[in-house]
Unconditional design. Structure first.
Length: 354
């Protein structure tokens, strides 16, 4: 199933099935493009808050079944969160299922789901849990592997974090890359829709996923994205997806002899990015502090505070096995830049006031 001559493995479809016409229209367009390997459709929607659209359930499965008679070459997959969802998917001939981010992080739910999957040979994709805990993701995958199904894939959909800059879910690319390294046999796909949360970000996220050698993509599409009942901001039209696929640059990774080296270097690149993002956030906070100091008639450089900060940082660094001199020099540099920025902020502010 997930092995395909058509690399990358493209899965696309609506976040939720909303009515028969919407499903038919998406299927018509997507089935005309041989690059689309499977149609995704949400039938039971896990909503954070009660009272929203929760999916149509069994009636939507019936529409899929009817469409499969018309389009026998098209494969469909749905999200399952409970054992009865698995049973219904099997009853309606759904080709594959995925386990969502809110379910994969719960070992009890995973156990129950896996009992229903046991021995069925249904292909399963496991989205990462919302928390950036690779062990929890691996645990969910191991539970699925233990059901005996030979077709398992992981889907990277980003991680919920309090300070996500720009994204709905922080990609933390080093986590799926580490997963690929630890489980080299596993298919790893990327879901740019739930990472981005915004259709503007889909093209660049699709390309990044390809550059990082993900094997496939799961993209949400809807005939009228802005009117979608769920995830309206991140869906694109099926036709738009086809255009994006036309311009996607796909490079094969097999030129590099040692794949571990590539995967580890990719992790370094992502960690460097985070370091730079953290530095930027630190400097922003520092500028705000300058204004508070000014309000309180304090000098920019506060030696007592600096001594305490350095002491605390060095103790933490030591606990983590980092070289003391290295960390001291690094923080002296960061602090120096912070003082410079605070002085600059205050001079600018004074000028404005004058
Ligand atoms: C979905 O794919 O529509 C979905 C609910 O995704 P996730 O589990 O990644 O939030
Ligand atoms: Mn969605």
């Amino acid at each position: 199933m997930f092995h395909t001559a058509n690399y990358p493995f493209i899965i696309a479809g609506p976040c939720s099935i909303e009515n028969r016409e919407q499903l038919r229209s998406v299927t018509e367009t997507l089935s005309s493009d041989p690059r689309i390997a499977m149609i995704r459709c949400g039938v039971w929607k896990p909503r954070s808050r009660p009272g929203g659209f929760e999916g149509l359930g069994e009636v939507a499965l019936q529409w899929i079944k009817e469409l499969k008679e018309e389009y026998p070459q098209v494969r469909f997959c749905c999200e399952v969160a409970q054992p009865q969802h698995v049973e219904q998917c099997l009853r309606y001939g759904i080709d594959a299922v995925w386990i969502g981010a809110r379910t994969s992080g719960d070992p009890f739910s995973m156990e129950e789901l896996c009992q229903a999957l046991q021995g069925t040979q249904l292909p399963v994709m496991v989205k990462n849990p919302t928390a950036p805990d690779i062990q929890l993701w691996i645990g969910a995958i191991e539970r699925v592997l233990a059901t005996g199904t030979s077709q398992v894939a992981a889907i990277h959909r980003g991680f919920f974090m309090r300070n996500n800059i720009g994204y709905r879910n922080n990609p933390l690319w080093e986590i799926p890359i580490e997963l690929q390294r630890l489980m080299p046999q596993l298919h790893v796909f990327c879901d740019p829709s739930h990472i981005g949360g915004n259709r503007e970000l889909i093209p660049q996220l699709m390309q990044t996923a390809m550059d990082l050698h993900f094997e496939g993509l799961m993209v949400e599409v809807h005939p009228q994205p802005a009117e979608a009942l769920t995830d309206a901001a991140q869906q694109i039209t099926p036709q738009h997806l086809i255009t994006l696929l036309d311009s996607l640059i796909v490079r094969r990774s097999d030129e590099v002899a040692d794949k571990d080296l590539t995967l580890l270097r990719q992790q370094i690149d992502q960690i460097d990015r985070q370091l730079i993002e953290s530095l930027r956030t630190r400097m922003e906070v520092s500028r705000k502090i300058a204004l508070v100091k000014q309000r309180n008639n304090m000098t920019v450089f506060q030696p007592k505070r600096w001594e305490l900060v350095l002491e605390k940082d060095l103790a933490l660094a030591q606990q983590m096995g980092l070289d003391n001199t290295f960390v001291k020099e690094l923080f002296e540099k960061i602090h120096g830049e912070s003082v410079r920025l605070q002085e600059e902020a205050l001079t600018g502010n004074k000028k404005e006031i004058q």
